[in-house]
Design a protein around this ligand. Structure first.
Ligand code: ATP
Length: 359
């Protein structure tokens, strides 16, 4: 039996807006689950229903096999870290960390022991006497996380906890949160719109769009086996290239290039004869021209971005555009013509009408 179960969960706000549709998910004890999707897709709403901060309009939420819909936040034994991690400005780091325990009537010695322990885990030992105003954004964030993990709860819920940090701090905190998860082993549900956070931290990712779960899987499954163009385009940076084309004799034309899709999609392409499909490939999966088992294309270089470890090359293939990631030592000149290949096993096809993956 899963630890947490969301069965056909829906949220319809009082104004009639249907924010979450039939959300189904089983979460095992100790898992790190990330809800990811663009702004407004219903991630926070779902998290708040799990926390007990928002009513569930339809469906059932179970903890350890027992219905929890009617339980208040405290009875659910969850701790939540919000986007705006409001610390108490008049309290020191020590008191901020211990505040929840004080409210629970835990005795002082025990509070001290727990605060010192959590401060040790989070690298806050030297800051215990400081007030929040004298901390950096990253340190404040750690106090907010510390306040959540100091209570022994079954589940940590985090809503965009890194969004107020700068890029460098985010990278540091990302690995700190992963480490905390490893040490505490606590079941965690983490909300973000950032695919990198999702990919680097999650055991499993739930990709959402407009209140509907698109796909649930490990980072690897979502990257290599996306179910539709939305997931394929959301996971991966730069996003997957998509080029729409008409199937004629099992072939498609992209710019001046003819790709014989029968070569690698033999049994699947037949039923798309005379229809539009979307050809997809990731910027990082292109290779220099020439290998046999690949689709080769000529294109014109519009712009290059040297990033150090690789170069992003923006190209025009006829009227279509694509981004290619190439070795910085092979950066092509702007406006030059170049050729590249997409290995058969790195090419994706999507139904142009439904946007669902064909292969
Ligand atoms: P973000 O990343 O911007 O926080 P999100 O994916 O977490 O986005 P939610 O906050 O869950 O999105 O909101 C989902 C949808 O529900 C949005 O369209 C939002 O406008 C709407 N919504 C949120 N709260 C309410 C409310 N109280 N009444 C009506 N609609 C709401």
């Amino acid at each position: 039996m899963a630890y947490l179960e969301l069965k056909g969960i829906n949220k319809i706000y009082p104004n009639g807006f249907h924010a979450v549709h039939d959300f189904n998910l089983e979460i095992e004890k100790g898992e790190f689950i990330v809800f990811v999707g663009p702004s407004g897709c219903g991630k926070s709403t779902t998290l708040r229903m799990i926390a007990g901060l928002e009513d569930i309009s339809k469906g059932e939420f179970l903890i350890d096999g027992k219905r929890a819909n009617e339980l208040g936040p405290r009875q659910r034994e969850v701790a939540m870290v919000f986007q705006s991690y409001a610390l108490y400005p008049q309290l020191t780091v020590f008191d901020n960390l211990g505040y929840g325990l004080t409210l629970q009537g835990v005795d002082e010695d025990e509070i001290e022991e727990k605060v010192l322990n959590v401060a040790g885990i989070l690298g806050l030992t030297d800051y215990l006497d400081r007030y929040p105003r004298a901390l950096s954004g990253g340190q404040r964030q750690r106090v907010a996380v510390g306040r959540a993990i100091i209570r022994k709860v079954g589940v940590f819920l985090m809503d965009e906890p890194l969004s107020n940090l700068d890029a460098k701090q985010r990278v540091t905190m990302r690995s700190e949160i992963t480490n905390i998860h490893r040490t505490t082993g606590a079941t965690t549900i983490y909300v973000t719109h950032d695919q990198t956070e999702a990919m680097t931290m999650a055991d499993r990712i739930v990709v959402m769009k407009e209140g509907v779960v698109q796909q649930i899987g490990t980072p690897k499954e979502l990257y290599f086996d996306p179910v539709n163009t939305f997931v394929a385009g959301f996971i991966g940076e730069p996003p997957m290239n998509f080029i729409k084309s008409h199937v004629n004799g099992g072939c498609i034309k992209i710019g001046e290039n003819t790709l014989d899709l029968k070569a690698s999609f033999a049994d699947k392409i037949g039923k798309y004869e005379g229809k539009d499909i979307i050809f997809g490939f990731r910027p990082e999966s292109v290779i220099p021209m020439g290998t046999e088992k690949s689709y080769s294309m000529k294109c014109t270089v519009e712009l290059t971005e040297m990033l150090g470890d690789n170069t992003n090359v923006y190209v025009n293939i006829g009227d279509d555009k694509a981004i290619l990631k190439v070795n910085p030592h092979n950066t092509p000149a702007m406006d030059s013509e170049m050729e590249f290949s997409v290995p058969y096993d790195a090419a994706y096809l999507f139904d142009a009408e439904t946007e669902m993956r064909i292969v």
